[in-house]
Structure formats: structure tokens, C-alpha cells
Design a protein around this ligand. Sequence first.
Ligand SMILES: Nc1ncnc2c1ncn2[C@@H]1O[C@H](COP(=O)(O)OP(=O)(O)O)[C@@H](O)[C@H]1O
Ligand SMILES: [Mg+2]
Length: 283
Amino acid sequence: MTNIAKSENTDMNMSSGPFVDVANTPKQQRAPKARVTAQNVNVFYGQKQALFDVCVDVPDRSVIAFIGPSGCGKSTFLRCLNRMNDTIEGCRVEGDIKLDGQDVYDPKIDVVELRARVGMVFQKPNPFPKSIFENVAYGPKIHGLATNKTELEEIVVTSLRKASLFEEVKDRLHEPGTGLSGGQQQRLCIARAIAVSPEVILMDEPCSALDPIATAKIEELIDELRANYTIAIVTHSMQQAARVSQRTAFFHLGLLVEEGPTETIFTAPNDKRTQDYVTGRFG
Ligand SMILES: Nc1ncnc2c1ncn2[C@@H]1O[C@H](COP(=O)(O)OP(=O)(O)O)[C@@H](O)[C@H]1O
Ligand SMILES: [Mg+2]
């Protein structure tokens, strides 16, 4: 049996259950498990192409940062992953994007369910004009995740705890979410995403409207969340990317120039464009 046949065999075994022969697969060949895979993604706004053949894997339970100058396509790419681009008139996405091996653009996919599995946190905190409690309870209610009031309360409290917000709001759960500070509102939005048990959380410059203290809290939270969630974050701050991510992808003019371990991207990138960007020569 050739090596190739052997590894194919192992792959088949892995998908078919109990006969996994991991011992036969050399360790260095096993890439970190990808939660999301994107292959040859092209995105157009009308006639204008915004992304060109983007290929990247988002590894399980870790943080990947998307960096690059304004307008290079970071948000566009992030929105491909949970089909938020569907909501933009004239936007067309081509290519292959899979979540746990399942085609995200399969017409049979329920987009509402997809967006629960792949949650999103935006630049400006956008709580619903409802109470803190209702902001978090809304998703579990529409997805039928709780069978009674006690279960719903449990989900709300757990989600607020996971978002490091519960202690600050426990005495005013029925006050409006919009009455919180910016940083608290952003953590409320994270709690809202968490409440529907997502696998992946997308964050598009989640700290850009926040002061440094609120930013530090969110970064700390992201670091805690990666134990249980797969996170992709767009940031214009290279310091932030360096602080929170394990892998970094650098975009430039609609191309994914380079992707790799965060430390490598910042200290020893392969491409001159990455080098110029991370050393502050443009951007
Ligand atoms: N809704 C839209 N309609 C038309 N063009 C858009 C739209 N959103 C983004 N673009 C264009 O796509 C390119 C990438 O934008 P974007 O993904 O927002 O970049 P980034 O997040 O890196 O700043 C830019 O040239 C931008 O002008
Ligand atoms: Mg953007």
C-alpha cells in the first residue's frame, strides 16, 4: 500500500466511526481541525470585484484575526461566512465555504439557523430596544431552545456570565439594554450571540467604538471564549490582532496575501506586502 492510499484510508476511517487509526498518521501531517473552510472565494458588488480567490481555514477553538488596510475586503470576507452578504443588494459570492464540511451556500440551508451557528458581533454595539434580559432571551425563544421559563432564565444568566457581564447587570435585568455603557452593550451583544449556542463567532472591529478599558475587557473575554468557540475577528489594530489571535490573515486589495501563526505574520512574514503593512509602511 502506498503512503497516499494509506492516508486516504485513514481519512475514510475517520469519517466512518470507530476504526480511527490515528497512530498510523504521522503527527505533523495532522493539521489543526478546521471549523470553517473557504476555497476560491470571489465576491462582487455589482460589476466591482471585492475579493479574489480567497482561501483560508478557520481552525477550531481558536482566534483568527483578519487584518489589512481599510477597504481591502475584511468585512466582506467575514460576512461570507454566515451569509450576511445575502442581505446586501447587488452582492454576489462565488466559491466554496464549508462549516463542519457542510456547504454554507447550499440552497437547502436554513440561513436563520446558519446565523445562529455562526454568530456575529458588529462594530457598533447594536442591542435591541428591549430589556437586557430580552436581548439575550430573544434568540433562544425564536430557536425554541428553552421549554419553560426556568430554562430560559438559565440560558440568559449563563450567557451573561460567559460574556463577563452578569455581575454588572444582575440587579437590572429588566432595564433597557441601550442604557448600558458602550463596552457593556458590546458584551451584551456577545451574550446574545452566545445564547443560541453558536459554533463560530464573527466579530467585525468589535472594539472600534470603545475606550481602552472597555477594549481590554472585550479582549480578555475573547481570550476566555476561545476555549469553547471558534472566533474570527476583523481588526484594524495590529496590536489587538497580536494580543488576541493565534492565527492572522493579511488582506490587501481584495487578496488574502498571507495567513499563518500570528507571531510569524508579525515577526517573519513571507510576503513583502505583509512586511510593509505590519511595520507600518502603509495602511
Ligand atoms: N455594500 C457595498 N456596496 C458596494 N461596495 C462595497 C460594499 N461594501 C463594501 N464595498 C467595497 O468592497 C471593498 C471591500 O470593503 P470592505 O469589505 O468593507 O473592506 P474592509 O472591511 O477591509 O475595510 C471596498 O472597495 C468597498 O468599497
Ligand atoms: Mg470593515
